[in-house]
Design a protein around this ligand. Structure first.
Ligand code: PNS
Length: 179
């Protein structure tokens, strides 16, 4: 089989170094890898779908066979539309597996011609999620070791700088009144 297209679907709010690791490895395995951001009206994201697509494009600029796109509806329907045969998902820890396996089985019932391929996330990133990144950034912590460079400044702009907590005020002891 030649010219195999794979889709890496997800929320990517925002793309992390763990996602990027999966993209770099997926790009080696397939002729074309399309990173597809789900338009999910049930979630309130930090970045709009368009912003997330741009952040993925900037973060994967060094990968010539990787494209970023967005979609709504079922992932398998999107995959069929772009003639993709494979869905890629990253697995960080065992607890990811149950939901991922359920999703893979469901997708197989919806389209038997599309395979799900799990890539084990590099262990350095097994703790990493977009939610963790947002939590750290929200409280003014550094995220440059967690997300690709194009995301760093964008996410820092989302949260106003949290002022440092002032030290507790020392009140002089109240003089004791003689009875
Ligand atoms: O990054 P996420 O949030 O874990 O990605 C989840 C995603 C987008 C891959 C999944 O929710 C999805 O495929 N949604 C589209 C709807 C669909 O196809 N559902 C059937 C599989 S249960």
């Amino acid at each position: 089989m030649t010219n195999i297209v794979a889709v890496y679907p997800g929320s990517f709010d925002p793309i992390t170094l763990g996602h990027l690791d999966i993209m770099e490895r997926g790009a080696q395995l397939f002729d074309r890898l399309v990173v597809a951001v789900l338009k999910n009206p049930n979630k309130t994201p930090l970045f709009s779908v368009e912003e997330r697509v741009v952040l993925i494009q900037r973060s994967t600029a060094h990968l010539p066979n990787v494209d970023a796109d967005s979609f709504s509806g079922l992932t398998v329907d999107y995959a069929r539309r772009i003639d993709a045969k494979v869905l890629i998902r990253g697995l960080r820890v065992m607890s990811d597996f149950e939901a991922e396996l359920q999703m893979a089985h469901t997708n197989k019932t919806l389209n038997d011609h599309i395979e799900t391929l799990f890539l084990a996330t590099r262990s350095d990133y097994s703790f990493l999620s977009s939610s963790v990144v947002k939590e750290v950034a929200r409280f003014g912590g550094p995220v440059d070791h967690l997300v690709p460079a194009p995301v760093v400044t964008e996410i820092q702009q989302c949260f106003p700088t949290v002022p440092p907590v002032p030290p507790p005020t020392m009140h002089p002891p109240t003089p004791q009144q003689d009875p």
